[in-house]
Design a protein around this ligand. Structure first.
Ligand SMILES: C[S@@+](CC[C@H](N)C(=O)[O-])C[C@H]1O[C@@H](n2cnc3c(N)ncnc32)[C@H](O)[C@@H]1O
Length: 305
């Protein structure tokens, strides 16, 4: 699918050059080591994404931690928590557990939040600021478009370090659809190229499973996938709206049109044809239905020492 985006309100303290235009912040990427443009609107999309994922999987997690969460005082970490929607949802359901979120940008609530939630501002690529074996469960979502392969290796090592032996780690990631028609393919290809300029592979979902499977201290690596058809079926209509929003919101037309070698105006015209292309595949018996996978990978950490 085409929804791989970043959420971040860039603070002036960590941002050297900031273009400010009403509610829109465009970040100068270098000082943050974080590259996609960021918007307040992205936060809204991520919130919608959270509820979409919860509905699709009928749960906020796949790891077998329900009993533990309900009966014990667990510690839970959400890495790169963004607006903290997942954490806030979890914290209200499991009041006896403590929830921690870390993100580079303070898009998470700082004043009004439940007592059992703490947010930390920090760059996870300098290491997670928590002791070894602290958390019963570590969660991370929607980061396929953010980390390079080296950074994935680093962050997985860090996540395992802060996870208690016997604890669980879980990733939730949407994947780009592969059965796109010729027009939408042009947009997806541009997105892939854009990521490659940052040495990021947004199609690395299967690699993530391989990395976990080859990590000696994790076991029971499980991947659960739900399929969304853009524009039809369960959550398909909502998904299509997010999809459109992503490709049509500033500054995606400006950025992606360059990778497609066309003007912004032609980009917008071409995207109108994407809608028809998708719509042509929406009839229930059509083979053209555009499938996106939305997946969770869960693994159990055990101490090898
Ligand atoms: C696509 S959003 C995902 C947010 C959240 N995980 C969710 O699923 O809604 C990516 C998030 O990663 C954060 N981020 C990116 N690089 C980071 C870093 N090096 N350290 C901490 N946070 C980072 C961004 O600020 C943003 O909130």
């Amino acid at each position: 699918m085409g929804i791989v985006f970043s959420t971040c309100r860039v603070s002036k303290t960590i941002k050297s050059r900031l273009e400010f235009d009403d509610e829109l912040f465009v970040q100068d990427v270098e000082p943050l080591k974080y590259y996609l443009p960021n918007f307040i609107g992205d936060t809204d999309l991520m919130v919608i994404f959270h509820f979409l994922g919860r509905y699709l999987f009928q749960s906020n997690f796949n790891a077998p931690i329900e009993e533990r969460l309900s009966s014990e005082q667990c510690k839970i970490l959400d890495v790169c928590c963004g607006a903290g929607t997942w954490l806030l949802d979890m914290a209200s359901a499991y009041g006896s557990s403590k929830f921690f979120g870390i993100d580079l940008c303070t898009v998470f609530p700082t004043a009004i939040k439940p007592d059992n939630v703490q947010f930390v501002q920090g760059d996870v690529l300098t290491g997670l600021p928590f002791d070894d074996n602290t958390f019963d469960y570590v969660h991370q979502g929607h980061m396929l478009d953010v980390y390079t392969m080296d950074q994935w290796h680093f962050i997985i090592t860090e996540i395992i370090r802060v996870c208690k032996p016997g604890g669980y780690i879980e990733f939730i990631e949407p994947e780009l659809a592969t059965n796109t028609g010729p027009i939408l393919s042009k947009f997806y290809d541009a997105l892939v190229k854009l990521s490659e300029t940052r040495n990021v592979n947004i199609r690395m979902y299967d690699n993530l499973i391989r990395i976990l499977n080859s990590t000696p201290s994790v076991q029971n690596v499980e991947s659960k996938k739900e399929v969304i058809s853009l524009g039809s079926g369960c959550c398909g209509y909502e998904y299509l709206e997010i999809h459109d929003e992503f490709f049509l919101s500033v500054p995606m037309p400006e950025i992606l049109s360059k990778f497609m070698g066309i003007s912004e105006r032609d980009y917008l015209e071409l995207f109108k044809k994407v809608k028809n292309e998708i719509r042509s595949g929406i009839s229930p018996d059509s083979l053209l239905k555009l499938h996106s996978r939305y997946s969770k990978i869960t693994a159990k950490y055990f101490d090898t020492h």
